[in-house]
Design a protein around this ligand. Structure first.
Ligand SMILES: Nc1nc2[nH]cnc2c(=O)[nH]1
Ligand SMILES: [Zn+2]
Length: 500
């Protein structure tokens, strides 16, 4: 299922058909009959919209040659043409900005248990098993868990993920290796926590943490080929309640000195917020704990961030940090309904999406999109008196799943939408894939009369059908950095579905 990377030849590829993306917040762009050229390095170097009749007349290759005046041998160019397929479109790959790779074995476990109890009961014990003294055993366990989670997220169209591993250095290095091997763009964080009094079996001392960070970061920096950096380290203080001031200080300096991104949890649960208030009485609020230790940057991802006050929102906006919205987890461990629409439109905060496996029970950003819309509808139902309408649109959520995520990980000029100079991190969505769960009726085709407005209606309906009734079976091909990493046409029917 995950294609062998080394065996693939690099070549120039022309993709022709419908492209859907959200380069700006809340605005869905449907690019019909669009031709995109991707070079050897996986970079989009040609893009021309709305070329129907011209291409029909002379064919994709001749049109490309005529347009670019390039003298290229046609045998070195591959063409992927879906222009006659009304139920297929290219979409930027999803970016999962908050996922705990190590918690994958706990998917679906711990329903309704609130955060602090959930951590002690289910999460810390699981993560501890990655720190066994027997090196072979822990590596075998990690190999199994991490290879499965990387594969599953790719199958779900996630071309880039920001992972939390565990406190263990050996197995965190392995996670980075596995992402690179599968060809997934990834940020890999060794979890840092030196003050876990409620579950002392799972913590490290300050010196061990510093040593592990050095080991993990230099390993990750060494494994990427010079020509393409796919996997990067990310500074990962788990959350303020389990970090000493000394550790937070070190991690803030490390992020500054090495110019590394940061990820952590913020304001997920009301008891957690109380705890932070008691542990850090000198700090103005939870958000300013991170700011006081130089951890709030424009490449900082703050997972959850549900219960923020005005000052905290303004601080996050000022620092340009990103909130990773994790609605599936927020419902599952009953943390709350995040007022994301307000963060996006009132405070101009960048918001991305996170599955938060295993707070979230599916490693799928499409599922997270659904949950984000439904959570916002629930918020609307019981906050009708408020002036701000909290409901998210499909366009808002696709933005968060792609461009918002790209901005969160500092790759807004690299991935997240289709544009010349960006990388080809893309998924092919087919509503009529061979094992699709969607029944298609001709009813929507009445909008295919050719006017711009009707085309928009057609695709708006199509996207809604896909978002609410589709699943990973409709994501049939995935490319990262120009390279095809998933091709479901090459295996037995039904093999990849996780939502059966
Ligand atoms: N959802 C979630 N919240 C956290 N806060 C601190 N650690 C965690 C974690 O593993 N999951
Ligand atoms: Zn989390």
């Amino acid at each position: 299922m995950v294609e062998k990377i080394a065996a693939q030849e690099t070549e120039y590829t022309l993709y022709y058909g419908t492209f859907v993306h959200t380069p700006t917040l809340g605005k869905l762009e449907i690019l019909k009959y669009t031709l995109v050229g991707v070079d050897k390095s996986g970079t989009i170097d040609f893009m021309k919209q709305d070329v129907h009749n011209e291409v029909q007349d002379i064919g994709v290759l001749s049109f490309y040659k005529q347009e670019t005046k390039r003298t290229v041998s046609t045998s070195s160019i591959k063409v992927v043409d879906i222009s006659n397929e009304q139920l297929k479109f290219f979409l930027p790959g999803f970016i999962d900005t908050h996922i705990h790779a190590s918690q994958y074995p706990n998917l679906g476990v711990g329903l309704g248990c609130p955060l602090l109890e959930w951590l002690n009961e289910y999460t810390f014990p699981l993560e501890s098993s990655f720190t066994e003294n027997n090196r072979e055993e822990k590596l075998a366990f990690a190999q199994d868990v991490y290879s499965k989670v990387v594969k599953k997220t790719l199958v779900c169209g996630t071309t880039c993920a920001s992972y939390f591993a565990t406190i263990d250095a050996d197995t965190t290095r392995l996670l980075a290796d596995l992402c690179l091997e599968a060809g997934q763009r990834a940020f890999v964080g060794k979890v840092c926590m030196d003050d876990n009094s409620v579950y002392p079996e799972y913590q490290e001392d300050y010196d061990t943490c510093v040593k592990s960070m050095e080991e993990v970061n230099s390993h990750i920096e060494s494994i990427n080929p010079k020509s393409e950096v796919l996997v990067k380290p990310i500074v990962t203080p788990r959350f303020a309640p389990v970090c000493s001031r000394k550790l937070l200080s070190y991690l803030g300096s490390l992020a500054d000195e090495k110019n590394l991104p940061v990820q952590t949890h913020l304001s997920e649960n009301t008891k957690e917020i109380e705890l932070v208030r008691t542990l850090f009485p000198e700090c103005k609020n939870y958000t300013s704990v991170y700011d006081d230790y130089h951890l709030l940057k424009d490449t900082t991802i703050l997972a959850h961030s549900i219960h923020l006050d005005n000052d905290e929102c303004n601080l996050i906006q000022k620092k340009g940090s990103t909130i990773a919205h994790c609605p599936m987890s927020n419902s599952f461990i009953s943390s709350g309904e995040s007022p994301v629409k307000k963060y996006l439109y009132k405070y101009n905060i960048n918001v991305s999406l996170g599955t938060d496996v295993s707070g979230g029970f599916k490693p799928s950003i499409l599922e997270t999109v659904k949950h984000s819309i439904l959570a916002s509808q629930h918020l609307h139902m019981h906050t009708k008196h408020e002036s701000f309408d909290p409901r998210l649109t499909v366009a808002d959520t696709i933005y968060m799943a792609t461009m918002g995520g790209a901005t969160g990980v500092g790759l807004q000029n690299v991935v997240g939408s289709f544009a010349v100079g960006k990388k080809w991190d893309t998924q092919l969505i087919e509503l009529d894939s061979s094992d699709s769960n969607i029944d298609i009726f001709g009813w929507n085709d009445r909008f295919l009369d050719g006017t711009k407005e009707s085309v928009i209606k057609y695709y708006t309906n199509l996207l809604n059908i896909w978002v609410f009734t589709g699943d990973d079976r409709n994501c049939t091909k995935v490319w990262c950095n120009g390279r095809k990493v998933i091709d479901k046409s090459k295996q037995g029917a039904g093999m990849t579905a996780i939502n059966n």
